[in-house]
Design a protein around this ligand. Structure first.
Ligand SMILES: O=C(O)COP(=O)(O)O
Ligand SMILES: [Mg+2]
Length: 222
């Protein structure tokens, strides 16, 4: 199946990697250290996808509230704790490695565009064996404040670095909005962290497993 895409970008959390276990354990540990109650996994996953600042804002609001000083206190604790436990439970979803290899074999350039901080993203990709497969990695803070998805900025930067035409693969509304604002077709993964049914996100295609990725890309290639 030959695709017309020069490059394909991937979201990280809930798309390439199931990071739910390490994210939830880290957040609940940081909340406990601050005297706050734990949050259930499903609630936490609904807070993931717009980066650590939004995650902490929502987690603090859900556990008794707190002002900017609370967030400023929790932020470095979250980053340090997560960095120390970055890949204890996090694994690629089934079929990820085969799909990436098949795309690379077609000469397609692969990129990661995540809202996770770059300094956490790189060791996570390294620990899970994914890093060598990507030509470029753009984190939520790589391009500066205000450029995380749903801003189109990181997808436009991926196009600049890797060339077009491009497609994007993600699991959240923010991925779909960012790709559409950048004029790039987008595939949504139903196995990720989206709280809304992925069929309602407005993506060009929905996949239920990575085995469906290349056929879906072929369908939107025409
Ligand atoms: O919210 C995050 O930290 C990262 O999320 P993403 O990899 O799904 O963009
Ligand atoms: Mg995601």
């Amino acid at each position: 199946m030959s695709l017309r895409f020069q490059s394909i970008g991937f979201d990280l959390d809930g798309t390439l990697l199931d990071t739910s276990g390490d994210l939830a354990a880290t957040l609940n540990r940081v909340l406990a250290e601050d005297g706050r109650p734990p949050l259930p996994l499903a609630r936490i996953l609904g807070m993931v996808g717009r980066g650590v600042d939004v995650l902490l804002e929502q987690a603090v609001a859900a556990t008794g509230g707190g002002d900017a000083a609370v967030l400023a206190r929790l932020h470095p604790r979250f980053v340090a704790t997560y960095g120390a436990h970055i890949a204890e439970h996090s694994r690629p979803y089934p079929g990820v490695l085969d799909a990436l290899d098949a795309l690379a074999a077609q000469g397609i350039t692969l990129a990661v565009v995540t809202n996770k901080l770059e300094a956490l993203t790189l060791p996570l990709l390294e620990a899970t064996g994914l890093l060598p497969r990507f030509a470029t990695v753009i984190g939520g803070d790589t391009l500066g404040p205000g450029t995380a998805k749903p801003s189109p900025a990181p997808i436009l930067e991926m196009l600049r670095r890797c060339g077009g035409p491009a497609a994007f693969v993600g699991d959240s509304l923010y991925d779909v909005q960012a790709a559409q604002a950048a004029g790039v077709p987008v595939i949504a993964c139903s196995f990720g962290f989206s709280q809304a049914p992925v069929a309602t996100l407005g993506a060009d295609a929905v996949i239920d497993s990575f085995a469906e990725l290349i056929p879906a890309l072929a369908r939107i290639s025409v």
